[in-house]
Ligand binder design. Structure first.
Ligand code: SP5
Ligand code: ZN
Length: 341
C-alpha cells in the first residue's frame, strides 16, 4: 500500500489550544502524532512511504473559496506586520460573527474570526505550508487509486474534515478528503465515509448541494459533543444533493456492537450508490480512551470496521483525520489499514 507523507506538517506546531472554560491545553493535534504512526508503518513490509506530488492550487480552489485560501496564505505574515501589545505566538481571533452578520471585516483579526469557527485552529508561520503538504498527500493518494491501486493511505496532518468551503476550525484548514474526493469525482463516482469521532461538518458543507457525491459521517451526537452545530440525522443534503448527506450520531459510551451496526447501515447506502471510489476519513479518536472521545470502540472493533469497509471491494483512499491517544495511534491506524489490499 502506498502511503503519502510530507514532513512539512512539522512547520505547524501550535503551542496551545483553548478548551471550554478558557483552559489553555497543550495542542493535542501535534507533530508527535505523525512520528508515532510512521514508526509503526515503517516496520511493516506491505507499506511504501512516498513523498506527495505537488498538485498546485487548482484542485484546492475547486473546493475552497479563493478568499478563504488567500486568508490562510497571507494571515500570519500580515500579523507579523501589525503592532500588538501582546507577544505573537499563534493567530487566534476573539470575535465571531453571530447569525446575520455577513460583512467581511478589513482587519486581520476580524477576518480571522470571520473564517475560523473556533479556537482550535490557530495560524502559525508554517500553517499554510503544512496544510498544502497535507492536501497534496490526499491528492497523491487519489491519483494512486485512480491509476489502479486498490487502496492508498494519505498520512495527512493537519487533518481536514472540519474545514468547509470558506471556513476552518477543529484543527483543520484545508479539507484534504474533500479535495481528493472532488478530484476523484472527475474520474468516476465517489462516496465519502467519515469515521472520525467528530462530525465531518466541513465535508458536509462542501458536498451538501452536490448531486454526484454521497457523503456519510458516523460520529458522536453533536447534541453532546463537538462540533455542536452540525452532524444531526435530519441534515440530509439540499437541492440536487437531497438525500446524499447522511449522518449517524451515536451516544457517549458507544461500543463495538453499536458502532458496527451503524456502520452496517452506512455501508448498505454506499453499496446501493455503487461508487467507483471510496474516500475514507479515518479519525482514530473513536478509540476507547481517546482524550477527546467518549466511545468504547476497541482495537478488535477497529479491525472489524476495516474488514467491513474493505469488503465493499471499492478502490479506497484512506485519509488520516483525528486521533489523540498518541501511544495507541500507530497500532490503531495500521490495524484499520491492514484490512485493505
Ligand atoms: C480533526 C478532529 O478530530 N478535530 C477535533 C477538534 C476538537 N476540538 C475540540 C475542542 C474542545 C474540546 N473539549 C474537550 C472536552 C474534553 N472532555
Ligand atoms: Zn475528531
Amino acid at each position: 500500500m502506498k502511503v503519502f507523507y510530507s514532513e512539512t506538517h512539522q512547520l505547524h506546531n501550535p503551542p496551545f489550544e483553548l478548551f471550554e472554560g478558557g483552559q489553555h491545553m497543550p495542542y493535542l493535534e501535534n507533530p508527535d502524532r505523525m512520528e508515532r504512526i510512521l514508526s509503526v508503518l515503517k516496520e511493516l513490509d506491505w507499506t511504501e512511504i512516498l513523498s506527495p506530488e505537488d498538485f498546485g492550487l487548482d484542485p484546492i480552489l475547486a473546493v475552497h473559496d479563493a478568499d478563504y485560501v488567500d486568508f490562510l496564505r497571507t494571515a500570519y505574515e500580515e500579523w507579523t506586520q501589525e503592532e500588538t501589545t501582546y507577544k505573537k505566538t499563534a493567530l487566534l481571533p476573539a470575535t465571531f460573527p453571530p447569525r446575520g452578520w455577513s460583512h467581511r471585516p478589513k482587519s486581520l483579526l476580524g477576518r480571522a474570526g470571520y473564517y475560523m469557527f473556533d479556537l482550535s485552529a490557530p495560524i502559525m508561520d508554517g500553517t499554510y505550508q503544512a496544510a498544502l503538504g497535507s492536501a497534496n498527500c490526499a491528492l497523491s493518494g487519489a491519483k494512486a487509486i485512480a491509476s489502479g491501486d486498490q487502496s492508498a493511505f494519505a498520512l495527512c496532518r493537519p487533518p481536514g474534515h472540519h474545514a468547509g468551503k470558506s471556513f476552518g476550525g477543529g484543527y483543520c484548514y484545508l479539507n484534504n478528503a474533500a479535495i481528493a474526493a472532488n478530484w476523484l469525482s472527475a474520474q468516476g463516482k465517489v462516496a465519502i465515509l467519515d469515521i472520525d469521532y467528530h462530525a465531518g461538518n466541513g465535508t458536509q458543507d462542501i458536498f451538501y448541494e452536490r448531486g454526484d457525491v454521497l457523503s456519510i459521517s458516523i460520529h458522536a451526537d453533536p447534541d453532546a459533543e463537538y462540533p455542536a452545530f452540525s452532524g444531526f440525522a435530519d441534515e440530509t443534503g439540499a437541492g440536487r444533493g437531497s438525500g446524499l448527506q447522511r449522518n449517524f450520531p451515536l451516544p457517549a459510551g458507544t461500543n463495538d456492537g453499536l458502532y458496527l451496526s451503524a456502520l452496517g447501515e452506512a455501508l448498505e447506502l454506499i453499496q446501493s450508490s455503487a461508487p467507483a471510489y471510496l474516500v475514507l476519513s479515518a479519525g482514530m479518536d473513536l478509540y476507547d480512551g481517546d482524550p477527546l472521545g467518549s466511545f468504547k470502540v476497541t482495537r478488535a472493533g477497529i479491525r472489524k470496521i476495516g474488514e467491513s469497509i474493505a469488503r465493499l471491494d471499492v478502490p479506497t483512499l484512506i485519509v488520516m483525520e483525528g486521533g489523540y491517544n498518541n501511544k495507541a495511534l500507530g497500532i490503531n491506524i495500521t490495524t484499520l489499514l491492514s484490512n485493505f489490499s
